[in-house]
Structures are given as structure tokens and as C-alpha cells.
Design a protein around this ligand. Structure first.
Ligand SMILES: [Fe+2]
Ligand SMILES: [Zn+2]
Length: 427
């Protein structure tokens, strides 16, 4: 078996020509207080042992290193985008030498075509391929959820504070990510300032998501209502707009008027992921049904924007490919009269839906609150279901909420940038 030829020049590794059937690993001398590396030419992998012993060894594939050269010919420094074209990229390119410089904390690789790539140590450490580093990175993608039941005390955040302080805003968004239900209190209610407060809050976070109900929507009892929310009827626990392929991420409802002359109208909420966990244990057949069967949701109406006929098939409980909860999509008000499943499955489907709905509304899951004027209740519309008791208005009193939506993509983006500026967390 041919062996890799290695020479050591100080801390520089010079690698010989790569022949067929090379030995599994070519190990370098491990100096005590210097950063050293070893290249496995067969696996095309550079392993780096850092002089900082508190750091884990980094695993860095050669193809990935070449792909991510940070020089200005390969990577645009202003747009932070890859300039190198895949058509010019050789994923099997050889590395002639690897050099570590602990003074400048940089690692340089000289490739077989003469190109030299230089990487900062901390940049490489954060991108290591060991499972612990990759798990750490995954936290930037998936929500850090803390599931709750009926004993959840809804987190409250003062409107003024999060409008002016970035660390308060970050705290609010971290609570939204973890619990998916908070109240922002003390928002203005009078005049145009009151009317635009929910938009101002959206703009402080990102920007409102426009839907078939507009950029914002007004929840009041209306003549000729286009949505059941615009009547005084009781609304069972639901998510909004399940007839979108990508339903809104966060819903915000700003209470502008809720007089003492109104009986009822309390809001209630339930953590759908928590209820799904309970269902999985109590009734695995129902859980299987709701995580697999597609259900039709629709919206056929005319609102001030347009005539619309929205349609989407969704699983009531959506799981990711890793089996984690992705989204709850359940809204009995706009579940279509068409039911796209074999007739012999229909009874089982209703039994499953009834079991889930009972858990959601049950005393283990549901929390209730009556919004005060100036409260903006904000909730994860893809996880936390909301409902409302019917209400009766006495005299001329009015119940008035202004609503808006945000997308999680933009909210997560905001969280990451705030983590960077407030907590100096590097991307
Ligand atoms: Fe709703
Ligand atoms: Zn380059």
C-alpha cells in the first residue's frame, strides 16, 4: 500500500502527491502549545488540534475548505457571497501543504493548482463538522420551544420598553420563541397612534405579513362579516389562515376597546405541541391519523382587498423529517366540506380530531385571559391555538382589536441580528 509522503517544516505540513490506495491517516507530530493538524488523504479530511486545549478538535473536509476559500477572488467581501462557480470548482482538488500560524491565528492551505486559502482559527472552529459543533449550529435553525400547560403564567412585556431597548426586544422575542404566547402591555390606544400601534410593533421586529385580509385587520362585529371572527360568536381553538401553504408565523392582536359593558369575549390559548404530546401517549391511533392525513382548508369570501378562494391541504399535526413538531394546522371554522379520504377512514378521522380538540380545550392545556385595553397579545400561530368566548355588548360599548401577522423567517433573522449586537454572538 502506498503511503502519503509528509514533511514537516516548522508547523507547516507538506503533503506528497496523492497516489491510489493511500494509507488511512497521516498523523502529524502533536506539539504542546501550538496548533497542529493531520490530513487523512483517503477520507480527504483535515483534523485540527488547537493549542487552546479547551477547544474540541475540528474536523474539516478538504472539499469544503476549498469551496469556502475566503479570498476576494473566491468570496465577495461586501455581499458575503460565493464568487467561485461550481463549474470551476474541483471537489477532488489536492492540498499540497497546510500551515498554522498561532501568532495571527490563521490556517493556510496551498492547493495543488497553486491557489492559497487562508482561514481564521475561530471561523474554522465555529464551522467544525464534529457532531457537538453541528448540534450547536442547529439551534440557529430550530425553535427552542418550552412546552406548557394550563399553569403557564403568560409572560408580559411593556410596550414602551421593547420599542426603545434592543435587549428588551430580544427578551420578548426569546419568550415568543420559547413559549409562543406573550402579552405586550401598555400600548397606546387613542387616536392614530393607537390604531397604528400593532403595525409599529411589527415594524420594530420586522414588517407585517400581508394576507387576503390586508396588512392589518380589524376585529369587530361587522355587518356582512367576511370572517367568523368579525361576529360575536364563540370561536373554538384554532390557528389563523390554515388555507395558506405557509400560514402566518406570529399573530398580534391589539385590544383598543374592551368596555365593562361587554360580557364574555375572553380569549383562551393552548400549546398545540403540548396537546400533541398528550395525544401521542393517550391515543396513538389518533396521533397517527392527524400526523398523516391531509385535511382541506378553504376561505371563500370577499374582503376589501379582493374576492378570494383560498385552498390548502394540511396535516393537523405536521412533523419534520426528524420527527419534531413543525406546525399545528387546525381551524374548525374553515375546514372544508370536501374531505379527501376513503369513506372507511372518515369515522376514524373524526374520532381523532375530537380527541385532539378535547385535549386542547381541556384543563391540562388551556389558559384564559381577558385582554385589557392596551394589551397586544402575541402568539405563535403555527403552534399555539387561540379561541374566544362569545360576547354580548350592552348599550353602545364596542369590542375592537387590531390584528397583524409576522413571518417566523423574518423574526428569526431579527433574533439572530439582536443576539449579535446585544450579546456579541458571532454568526
Ligand atoms: Fe383567529
Ligand atoms: Zn480563494
Amino acid at each position: 500500500m502506498a503511503m502519503a509522503t509528509l514533511r514537516f517544516i516548522g508547523r507547516k505540513i507538506v503533503l506528497g502527491k496523492q497516489g491510489p490506495g493511500l494509507a488511512a491517516a497521516s498523523t502529524l507530530r502533536r506539539a504542546l502549545a501550538t496548533t497542529v493538524g493531520s490530513v487523512d488523504k483517503q477520507k480527504r479530511l483535515l483534523t485540527v488540534r488547537w493549542s487552546d486545549k479547551s477547544r474540541r478538535d475540528s474536523l474539516l473536509p478538504l472539499a469544503w475548505l476549498r469551496d469556502n476559500c475566503q479570498c476576494s477572488a473566491c468570496f465577495h467581501p461586501d455581499t458575503l457571497s460565493r464568487l467561485q462557480l461550481m463549474e470551476n470548482f474541483d471537489p477532488k482538488i489536492g492540498a499540497d501543504s497546510v500551515q498554522f500560524d498561532d501568532a495571527s491565528k490563521t490556517c493556510s492551505v496551498t492547493w495543488s493548482d497553486g491557489h492559497v486559502s487562508t482561514y481564521k482559527y475561530d471561523w474554522l472552529m465555529r464551522r467544525s463538522f464534529d457532531s457537538e459543533s453541528q448540534q450547536q449550529r442547529s439551534l440557529w435553525y430550530s425553535g427552542k420551544h418550552e412546552l406548557w400547560g394550563s399553569d403557564y403564567a403568560i409572560r408580559r412585556h411593556p410596550f414602551d420598553q421593547l420599542m426603545k431597548s434592543d435587549s428588551s426586544l430580544l427578551q420578548f422575542l426569546n419568550d415568543m420563541e420559547a413559549f409562543g404566547l406573550t402579552v405586550v402591555e401598555g400600548a397606546p390606544i387613542a387616536g392614530t397612534e393607537g390604531l397604528r400601534a400593532v403595525t409599529d410593533l411589527c415594524n420594530r421586529v420586522a414588517f407585517p405579513m400581508e394576507t387576503n385580509y390586508g396588512t392589518t385587520f380589524t376585529v369587530k362585529s361587522k355587518l356582512n362579516p367576511s370572517n367568523l371572527a368579525y361576529t360575536p360568536a364563540r370561536l373554538g381553538l384554532h390557528v389563523d389562515l390554515p388555507f395558506y401553504k405557509d400560514p402566518p408565523g406570529i399573530q398580534l392582536l391589539h385590544c383598543l376597546a374592551q368596555s365593562n359593558n361587554i360580557t364574555g369575549g375572553e380569549n383562551f390559548f393552548s400549546d398545540g405541541f403540548h396537546a400533541a404530546n398528550l395525544l401521542k401517549v393517550a391515543n396513538s391511533d389518533a396521533y397517527k391519523m392527524l400526523t398523516t392525513r391531509l385535511v382541506d382548508f378553504y376561505d371563500y369570501e370577499t374582503d376589501h382587498l379582493a374576492d378570494f378562494h383560498m385552498l390548502c391541504r394540511q396535516r393537523v399535526i405536521s412533523l419534520t423529517s426528524d420527527g419534531e413538531y413543525e406546525m399545528i394546522c387546525y381551524n374548525n371554522q374553515v375546514r372544508d366540506t370536501y374531505l379527501n379520504m376513503p369513506a372507511d377512514q372518515v369515522q376514524l378521522f373524526y374520532d381523532a380530531l375530537k380527541a385532539f380538540d378535547t385535549l386542547l380545550h381541556g384543563e391540562q392545556c388551556s389558559v384564559s385571559t381577558k385582554l385589557k385595553e392596551g394589551d397586544i397579545v402575541t402568539f405563535d400561530n403555527r403552534r399555539v391555538l387561540h379561541g374566544r368566548n362569545s360576547y354580548t355588548v350592552h348599550g353602545t360599548a364596542e369590542r375592537h382589536l387590531e390584528g397583524a401577522y409576522l413571518r417566523w423567517d423574518e423574526v428569526y433573522s431579527r433574533i439572530r441580528r439582536l443576539e449579535e449586537s446585544v450579546r456579541s454572538r458571532q454568526p
